[in-house]
Design a protein around this ligand. Sequence first.
Ligand SMILES: Nc1ncnc2c1ncn2[C@@H]1O[C@H](COP(=O)(O)OP(=O)(O)OP(=O)(O)O)[C@@H](O)[C@H]1O
Ligand SMILES: [Mg+2]
Length: 260
Amino acid sequence: MQTTPLLETKDLSLQFGGLKALQNVTMQVPAGEFRGLIGPNGAGKTTLINCISGAIKASSGSILFDQSETVNMEPHLISQLGMSRSFQHVQIFGDRSVRDNILIGMHRQIKQNLFGQLLGLPGTRAAEREAALHAEELLKRFDLDDVADRPAKLLPYGVLKRLDLARSLAAKPKLLLLDEPTSGMSEEEAHRAIAMLKDIARQDGMTLVVIEHNMRIMMELADRISVLHLGQIIAEGTPEEVTQNPVAIEAYLGEDDADA
Ligand SMILES: Nc1ncnc2c1ncn2[C@@H]1O[C@H](COP(=O)(O)OP(=O)(O)OP(=O)(O)O)[C@@H](O)[C@H]1O
Ligand SMILES: [Mg+2]
């Protein structure tokens, strides 16, 4: 009696020249789940997220998002269906304030060309007031209220990563894809940020697919984990199942730097 998953990839494959970066990746993520994506360096994790978000076109296979076939759709159209993502390397507007970056994140999904105008407008309309309130809430929840008015480029990397998280949550997407959202944070900071993320996701009914190398965080917070290796899903299950899976241990979890 399973309901239709929010995200489903079927036999997704992608080649870069002779390199098979993704090989028949078939994966289902039900609505509301926190799905972890792990695997060694070069396994294809970022590439998979790039395909799902439309940044890179798959060579073959299918991607169903919220019952729409998106495999050949442009990224901005996929984004309008309610999918948002972060990047392995932070992408922010350095000259803009922290608050503006969150407002931009909020409006970008609604209407691509609105954000430029938005920041010059006096925020009188109800929707804008609501956006401003939501931004303040995110600033607080991610401990960014003290730096809200500072240009983002002046912030240390760990704080920028928190901003990136807050920004990607701002549009309340149905599905949020996060590529190593806690890299550059201390373990404690990372733990807090992901717990906060999970909290907000649950509150807003969001589904998460998160690439994260820190297994302690994954064990505690992911509902299920998919393990990628050489472009293939080699194991999948609850954190407990995956950490006991000999194939996953062999490919990834046995590595000394698995949680580096
Ligand atoms: N644009 C590209 N052109 C050619 N090869 C690429 C491209 N992007 C990625 N690759 C290759 O595809 C494979 C998968 O890379 P990908 O970045 O998806 O790995 P990853 O699992 O995200 O690794 P990491 O943990 O290091 O971020 C690697 O062998 C990589 O070198
Ligand atoms: Mg990567």
